[in-house]
Design a protein around this ligand. Structure first.
Ligand SMILES: Cc1ncc(COP(=O)(O)O)c(C=O)c1O
Length: 395
């Protein structure tokens, strides 16, 4: 039998911290490894496989479009791109759409748009305020935007024009705002940085401040968008409307895509200001249209709300039972379990052995980010496995 992990160590750049399992097939919330072992997947491609693995509507849309038209460049009009843009505009508070290929690329586009806005309408303001423990992507500019020092260090000198302030602290944003500020960029709930949920009125206060100063509010909904927190977009939870929003992960249910959306007033790119060779191609747009239509037609928002609540209740019961759990937090299907010591890796490996995939968020926390289509049955299975793992921990 081929040892794929051995071959990976020989040929692939050793950038990923991998869990020692080679996945070969997926269906719904389940995946199988190369030895035929089945797992319940509460990682979902890092919050990407919104409809689970290989959902028929996605597979059919990709197959049909792959036989029709895959790539044309944006020199030409293509139909799935326009259909996706229309769907997004009709179902959000934003007015215009630009489609690219990944989360970081969407954020780069959003920041470029905010800078363009600053040049045109704010006397050249260019600085973007972000938050500590944010995560916005891995390009040089998005590394600079990301408020995590440890990610900056290996790559000095990073692009200028970003500053990170404390999350969930409106005064920190106020103090950092100067005449050079063109935008504030935030995740409605910080994902990679720890599943950090802000106070209910934080985003409203940020919105009010941005309005007062005439600067833009960019919401990075790459992880929180497409029902991850419950509603279609995270901003709906907090009763605010961004000027610019970015989407990626759940949008294509596995097909790579990034999206920048903007209010008409903030949509200041002119022809030639921005672009992408692959961005908005018929193949990815057909897949994303299929995902979005399915999500809307099947009330996936309602499912995440209901089953997310059930998941949270189950985890809170585990917290009562095991004193080494210090906190269970999150919204919808973006949930973290934090421990009193660095035991996340051991827990991940024990869950793996028992047939459940989880994500290590920090040395002392795991994250659960299942497909959005799961029901109480899958939650019961996952909680049963986690309970079994926790019960084996001797403290
Ligand atoms: C909030 C947020 N923004 C941006 C990104 C970067 O997305 P990508 O990995 O597709 O570039 C991520 C990825 O985890 C993310 O969670």
């Amino acid at each position: 039998m081929t040892d794929w992990q051995e071959l990976e160590s020989k040929y692939y750049m050793q950038v990923a911290v991998r869990t020692p399992v080679t996945l070969v097939r997926g269906e719904g919330a389940r995946v199988w490894d190369d030895k035929g072992k089945e797992y319940l997947d509460f990682v979902a491609g890092w919050a990407v496989d919104s409809l689970g693995h290989c959902h028929p509507v996605v597979a059919d849309a990709v197959a049909k479009q792959a036989r029709t038209l895959i790539q044309t460049s944006n020199q030409f009009y293509t139909i799935p791109q326009v259909q996706l843009a229309e769907l997004l505009v009709k179902n959000s508070c934003l007015d215009r759409v630009f489609i690219c290929n990944s989360g970081l690329e969407a954020n780069e586009g959003a920041v470029k748009l905010a800078r363009r806005y600053g040049h045109l309408k704010l006397k050249g303001a260019y600085e973007v305020i972000t938050t500590i423990n944010s995560f916005h992507g891995r390009s040089l500019a998005m590394t600079a935007a990301t408020g995590q020092e440890k990610l900056h260090k290996p790559y000095s000198h990073l692009p200028v024009g970003f500053m990170s302030v404390k999350y969930n602290d409106i005064e920190a944003i106020k103090s950092a705002t100067t005449e050079k500020t063109c935008a504030v960029m935030l995740e409605p709930v910080q994902g990679e940085g720890g599943v950090n949920v802000p106070d209910d009125d934080y985003l409203k206060k940020v919105r009010e401040w941005c309005d007062r100063k005439g600067i833009l509010l960019i919401l990075d909904e790459i992880q929180t968008g497409i029902c991850r927190l419950g509603p279609l977009f995270g901003y709906e939870l907090y009763g605010v409307e961004p000027d610019i929003m970015t989407l990626a992960k759940g949008m294509g249910s596995g097909v790579p895509i990034g999206v920048v959306l903007a209010k008409e007033n903030a949509s200041v790119f002119a022809a030639g200001d921005h672009g992408s060779t692959f961005g908005g191609n018929p193949l990815t747009c057909a897949a994303a249209c299929a995902v979005l239509e399915y999500v809307i037609d099947n009330d996936i928002a309602g499912n995440v709300k209901k089953v997310g609540q059930y998941l949270m209740e189950g985890l809170q019961k585990l917290k009562q039972k095991y004193p080494f759990i210090t906190e269970v937090r999150g919204r919808g299907f973006l949930v973290a379990i934090e421990f009193d010591s660095d035991m996340a890796q051991d827990i991940l490996m024990d869950c793996l052995e028992k047939g459940l995939l989880v994500n290590k968020l920090k040395p002392n926390a795991i994250r659960l980010i299942p497909p959005l289509i799961i029901g109480n049955k899958e939650v019961d299975s996952a909680i049963g496995i986690i309970d079994g793992v926790f019960s084996g921990i001797v403290k």
